[in-house]
Structures are given as structure tokens and as C-alpha cells.
Design a protein around this ligand. Sequence first.
Ligand code: NAD
Length: 258
Amino acid sequence: MARLEGKVALVTGGASVPGLGSTTAVRFAQEGARVYLTDRDLDGAEKVAAGIRASGGHAVALHQDVTSEADWDRVMAAIDEAEGRLDVLVNNAGIAVLGMMDTVSTADWQRQIDVNLTSVFQGARRAMAMMRRAGDDGKARGGSIINISSVAGLIGVPGCASYAASKGGVRLLTKVVALEGASDGIRCNSVHPGMIATNIQGVALEDNAANYDATMALIPMGYMGAPDDIANMNLFLASDEARYITGAEMVVDGGMTA
Ligand code: NAD
């Protein structure tokens, strides 16, 4: 049996290709999940969903700005109406606004926190409410919430003040959700990618071209990871194979933080 057969999954930030959200949505669909992928870029999300459907999977693209509470309500209501359940939420949408302490603007700081951290709070609390609903056996159905943090949520990185603060917040928010959800079978874990070859990383490296070689030297394995390295971790956490794992920090970084 496919690893996510019968499960309904929502992946935010699913439009970017190559991106961690789109790659995760594809892997989930390959393993039998009914996938909802959202993004502020609806055209991009539609393309990813169409590709999944062309390969025989189930995928629906929806517009969502993860900083909008109204959008969260609309997306959850759409999934509820179509499926009546939600088994997996991947809070993946994110941005990387770089800047040293003396240059980062307050507006950029706030935007980073809104997109990367407050969105996770909004998504997780709504997912918990759906996952707490009773299944056929009268008990809470449970589910898996996967929050994409970063190595910058584990260790300090110069020039990443707002990004690191947002991702460190995601790390601890994850543990609170794990503790509050555990008795209802709701698992919540954070995933901490290192340097993964996606659009966000291209932008970050272009902005810091002088740091490229130095950054590579920080990766003991000597190369950037691929989106599938994260998608496979997300797949594991979404599946019942990870049924006893909650509140954990899953580091996928080629040894950067070892
Ligand atoms: P990406 O830029 O390729 O994709 C991010 C997606 O999020 C895009 O499709 C974008 O449109 C969407 N998005 C941004 N703001 C949004 C908003 N307000 N509402 C809805 N969608 C929005 O980036 P990625 O590398 O795929 O990153 C995915 C996640 O992984 C992010 O949270 C990022 O911080 C994290 N991460 C990535 C790396 C890496 O090396 N790629 C490392 C650590 C953490």
C-alpha cells in the first residue's frame, strides 16, 4: 500500500519549481495522498497540480497568502467541504529577507515574522481543530503537522536576524503544538533544511555572491542538498512510519550543524 493512501494533505508555498513545497506535493501524491497545494502565485501552483494530475495523482491548487487569516479560513473551509478531513499540514511557505542588524528595516523584520512565523501559528491552530474531530471510532482522528524551519532556526547566522528569529520561533512553536496535540494523536515536528538548491537559495546566494565559497565550506558533505532530500523527510513525517515522533527537530543539512 502507498505510504499516504487515504490521507488528505495541505502544502503551503507549493508553486515554486524547484521548491520544497512543490517537490513535497509531488512526493505526497506519488504515495497516494489527496494533495491541496496553495501559494500566493496561483498560476504556478496550478501548473504543479496539473503535473501531478497528469501523472495520475490527485492535486488541487488554491490561492493563499499565508499572512491572511481570511485566506486560511477559506482554504480550510474548501478542504473541509471537499474532503471532510485533514491529515497532514506542511507549513512550507516562506521568504528570506537578509540584512545585518544595523541595516535590516523594521518593515522587513515584521514582514519576515508575518510570512514565516505567524502563518505557522494560523495554519497549525486551524489544522489542530480539524484533526481533533472524531473519526469512525469516536476518538480524535489525529494527524501530522510539519513546520519547515531552517538550520537558521538552530544556530546563529550573521545577516539573518529576522529570518533566524522567525525560524527559531517556528522551532519552539512546533514543540508547543506537539505537547498540546499529543493526547489527540496530533504530531508536530520541525524540519531544518541546510542549503537546498531551490529558488529561495538562488536569491540568497546571489545577494551574497562573495559568501558563496565560504558558505559551501560550511557544508561538511561539500554540496547543496536537493529538494527531494526535504520532500522525503516530509513524506516520512507525514506517514504512519513516524507515528511515535513528535516535537522533534529533523535536521537535513549535510552536516552543517553537526
Ligand atoms: P522558494 O522561494 O523556492 O518557495 C517558497 C514559496 O513560498 C514560493 O512559491 C512563494 O511564492 C511562496 N510564498 C512566499 N510568501 C508567501 C505568502 N505570503 N503566501 C503564500 N505563499 C508564499 O523557497 P524554498 O527553498 O522552496 O523554501 C521553502 C521553505 O523552506 C521556506 O520556508 C524556507 O524558509 C525553507 N528553507 C529553505 C532552505 C533552502 O535551502 N532552500 C533552507 C532552509 C529553510
